[in-house]
Design a protein around this ligand. Structure first.
Ligand SMILES: [Cu+2]
Length: 220
């Protein structure tokens, strides 16, 4: 008994300090001590970029180690963005907004967001254009960052094991205590996106995630 409780006590600070991870598209690098820094402290683009849909709904997965957090997704179309201003204006001077506005997530574990890069209306994007996604996450201990370097590909779909729809199906509830939500609570820009069909899917997924979370709580 005593040994078990010691193990449990030791595990808590580890979980708290892990903050969050960016699991897809793949992170540039993760060091929990550097995570408060721009791009999580990794200042060089990955040598191999993750292929990512040029247009259409695309999944973005994080793993949260905080009970609640505010999450936003930024994107830069520079080859090597070095500051935040590269995440709201192209090198040609076109301004744009967040890829996903700030929204609150509740519960620890995996969360999936649907994003659509084409919805930003960036001029000149094409097959092979590069971009860097930066996730900003605040679980109460300050703003944290993770970056992923991607290459935009026409008619590309993420690997089938990395989709928000799969993760929000009832089958995912049996995979363990981690839960999955699509989009974010109270995310007004999603409903205003040109693709209203995707907006409806997001709303349904949030409801499903809440139901899944409730099921997990009952099971525990
Ligand atoms: Cu943290």
């Amino acid at each position: 008994m005593k040994v078990l409780s010691l193990v449990a006590a030791a595990a808590l600070p580890l979980l708290a300090s892990a903050h969050f991870t960016l699991d897809y598209p793949y992170t540039r690098g993760f060091d929990e001590d550097l995570e408060p820094q721009f791009c999580g402290g990794f200042n060089t683009p990955s040598s191999s970029r993750t292929p990512y849909p040029l247009s259409g709904s695309a999944p973005l997965l994080i793993d949260s180690h905080h009970p609640t957090a505010d999450v936003a997704v930024l994107i830069s179309f520079d080859q090597n963005p070095t500051n935040f201003s590269a995440f709201n204006q192209t090198s040609e001077g076109q301004g744009y907004g967040l890829l996903k506005p700030f929204g609150r997530i509740n519960g620890q574990g995996e969360f999936c967001f649907n994003v659509d890069i084409a919805s930003l209306g960036i001029n000149g994007l094409q097959n092979g254009s590069v971009a860097t996604i930066q996730v900003e996450f605040n679980g109460g201990d300050g703003a944290l960052f993770q970056c992923s370097d991607i290459v935009l590909v026409s008619n590309y779909s993420a690997p089938s094991n990395i989709t928000c729809s799969n993760a929000t199906s009832s089958a995912s509830a049996s995979s363990g205590p981690s839960q999955t939500a699509s989009g974010s609570m109270g995310n007004p820009s999603q409903t205003g996106s040109p693709n209203s069909g995707a907006g409806r899917v997001v709303v349904g997924a949030v409801v499903g995630a809440v139901a899944a979370a409730a099921g997990v709580a009952l099971a525990l």
